[in-house]
Design a protein around this ligand. Structure first.
Ligand code: ADP
Ligand code: MG
Length: 459
């Protein structure tokens, strides 16, 4: 496998941790050495398995996240126990020779640990708040965890950005990691693609196939990334069939319903749709409050209920934004040494609340721009008249709202004349059909979207 040089990133990661822990604590636990790396893996030597386990448990996420933000790549850290190094750096004649400790572990359990490097420890079911927006998906995920390969296979979780797909998928992985002997692989579709391409280039396809076709649980995140990647699609198709026929559990996530994916072979689409497809919707106000309360409880800090209400009311796009607002408040209070009050929250989150993504204006803006563009009134678009000159722009506004906002089909239907979500879905299908049959349609729509964005940036 090609060697990569990540030593600089590694050193910076250590600097980062040293900064967080302070010199003294750092020097107690962190006598590790960079040895070598491949594109997605850094090998680090560490004196004892005890230290390795402590680091894995408490700092691995932090280290891997830091590496990721420095390198823009998913890099996992693999530890090698090196007793020579221990003798030199930290002599301890009483210590049990480490090679013994390693050989006690069966090769299978070693393997299992390696694959778990990809899972975030905090993405578990007990930290996942179940609300009206995700009950079905969460129940399906728990059923799969209890009965992998049998309950629902494959399980596909879809929904917009920041709605909890990755968390739910990794909760399955974490549950099975802790409660079974299953070998688990979690990977994003993007990393899967990169690994596949590299394996082809370096003539390592047999080991690639071995890895993915002989796992017990395969979790592939963000499969929309596979659009246009014909080679990877083909490989995944064969991987899928091998695992499926062996009754191994497969879970996918996707940012939209499979039927809306473009440039994906029909046979792969049909595989994705074979088991159970469940969607995640944006959480309502009560669920947003419950999620914030849970996060606060985990972080063990005090935030008044009125602040939780304020944030939940104003940040409705998705859970990632909700969490980001909370983190901003906590950082402010820690850095300035003040407790979080309604006043400071209002002050600190003013920009967040005003961003176009959070503003209820966006569907209104879409409707207004489209009405102007087609010389209609807003009431025409929201109304019930069914003449062709009105129906098409009306459908277009629903389609564009779906494309450029985070609103659910229910919310869009509501905002555009109190319509049902199935009407919105139907409208989107019709516009997509028009785009397919009329080559000019795509650019007409892109122009309108540009105008809407300019308009909303100004207002
Ligand atoms: P996605 O993969 O859909 O973009 P993530 O799974 O990354 O979204 O979720 C974004 C953030 O929101 C994560 O920090 C996750 O822990 C949190 N989150 C999402 N849904 C929930 C939930 N139901 N309860 C608690 N936290 C959640
Ligand atoms: Mg995700």
């Amino acid at each position: 496998m090609a060697e990569w040089d990540y030593e600089l990133f590694w050193n910076k990661t250590m600097d980062h941790i040293r900064g967080e822990l302070g010199e003294q604590e750092f020097s107690l636990g962190f006598n590790m050495k960079y040895i070598r790396a491949t594109e997605h893996e850094i090998v680090i030597s560490i004196p004892t398995s005890l230290q390795r386990d402590m680091i894995k448990k408490r700092y691995l996420n932090n280290m891997e996240n830091t590496l990721k933000s420095l390198s823009n790549k998913n890099i996992s850290i693999v530890f090698e126990i090196n007793s020579d190094y221990k003798d030199k750096e930290a002599p301890n004649p009483q210590a049990v020779p480490e090679n013994k400790a390693v050989s006690r572990e069966s090769p299978r359990s070693e393997k299992k640990k390696e694959s778990n490097f990809q899972l975030r420890e905090d993405y578990t079911f007990d930290k996942y708040v179940i609300g009206e927006n995700n009950t079905f998906a969460a129940n399906a995920a728990m059923a799969v965890s209890r009965n992998p390969g049998n309950a629902y296979n494959p399980l596909l979780i879809y929904g917009g950005v920041g709605l909890g797909k990755t968390h739910l998928m990794q909760a399955i992985g974490n549950y099975l990691f802790n409660n079974s002997e299953n070998k688990i692989i979690y990977i994003t579709a993007e990393s899967f693609t990169n690994e596949f391409i590299q394996s082809v280039q370096e003539n390592r396809m047999p080991s690639f196939k071995n890895k993915y076709r002989y796992t017990d649980v395969l979790l592939i995140d963000d499969i929309h990334f596979l659009q246009n990647k014909a080679g990877t699609q083909e490989e995944l198709f064969y991987t899928f069939d091998a695992l499926y026929n062996a009754k191994k559990q497969i879970v996918f996530t996707c940012d939209r319903p499979v039927s809306e994916l473009k440039n994906l072979t029909d046979r792969l689409k049909s595989r994705f749709e074979m088991g159970l497809n469940v969607d995640l919707q944006p959480p309502n106000y009560e669920t947003r409050c419950a999620i914030l309360k849970k996060k606060i409880e985990i972080k063990n800090i005090a935030i008044p209920d009125e602040v939780i209400a304020l944030v939940s009311k104003n940040v409705s796009s998705n859970i990632r934004d909700l969490e980001a607002a909370l983190i901003k408040l906590i950082a402010y209070s820690e850095l300035v040494g003040k407790s979080i009050t309604l006043e400071t929250a209002r002050q600190q989150l003013k920009d967040v609340f005003a961003s176009p993504r959070q503003s209820n204006m966006s569907i209104e803006t879409i409707v207004r721009v489209i009405a102007e563009n087609y010389s209609l009134t807003i009431n025409d678009l929201k109304g019930r008249k069914k003449t062709q000159n009105i129906v098409f722009p009306r459908q277009l506004s629903m389609y564009i709202a779906r494309q450029i906002t985070e609103y659910s089909t229910t919310e869009i239907g509501q905002a555009i004349g109190g319509r049902d979500h199935t009407t919105v879905m139907h409208s989107c299908n019709i516009i997509e059909e028009r785009i397919r049959s009329d080559p000019k349609m795509e650019s007409i729509i892109q122009n309108i979207i540009r105008t809407i964005k300019e308009y909303s940036a100004k207002s």
